[in-house]
Design a protein around this ligand. Sequence first.
Ligand code: PGA
Length: 252
Amino acid sequence: MPKVFVVANWKMNPMTFAEAKQFFRAVNKNMKPSKSVEVVICPPFVYLNSQFAVHSSQFLRLGAQDCFWEQKGAFTGEISPPMLKNLGCEYVIVGHSERRRHLGETDEMVHRKLNAVLAAKMRPILCIGETAEERERGFTHRVLQKQLMAGLRGIKKSVLEKIILAYEPVWAIGTGNACSFEEAEKALHFIRRLLKTMGGVHIAKFLPILYGGSVNSLNAAGYVKQATFQGLLIGGASLDPVEFIKIVDRLK
Ligand code: PGA
């Protein structure tokens, strides 16, 4: 059985290192490790640089919420993939819709980041998804195709299998208005069909595709057991250790 991924995207939370530590402690103490679920925590950069985060657990994996595409140099304020790798990160989220919207990240920038993450021997989690307006106008497939093709442009078949995709309808993120399992599964099938043309049957079948957008402990299992996603990308609900542990438990 392939592993299921549960990725916690803390976004710009919590406000203090003490709170971040508390979360790691609570999860470590109360979460039962499982061979079938890979749990990845993506805290803000400032909490990654702590021995506490890296050594706090045998089974929690570390990820970053973003990175820059260059390795080092005069890029004020940026963090490079090798720096993240050196801190113990194994995953990096790229192309999250909040960065596309608030920071003006383009498909080209996302593509460069994805390549840089692969070059640093980490796994990129590429986020794609349509806005409410795009969905209403019937452009969902068009948007998914554009973001996917641009993000994965020119990636060698041999490294395609390192990539994880996350379907995150923008209108479902942080709104409490989660995408129905049926609609999410339609998008999933469309993405799989695209992957088949890009990477062949094997990639289309095995590349992990996660769902994200207002996931909680009540709907979590439906996306994986009903709609057949290989995991979840979780924002708000990942900040509450009790709720987060419940979500992981539902997928075991
Ligand atoms: P949410 O965020 O779970 O708070 O909707 C998901 C995400 O942005 O990845």
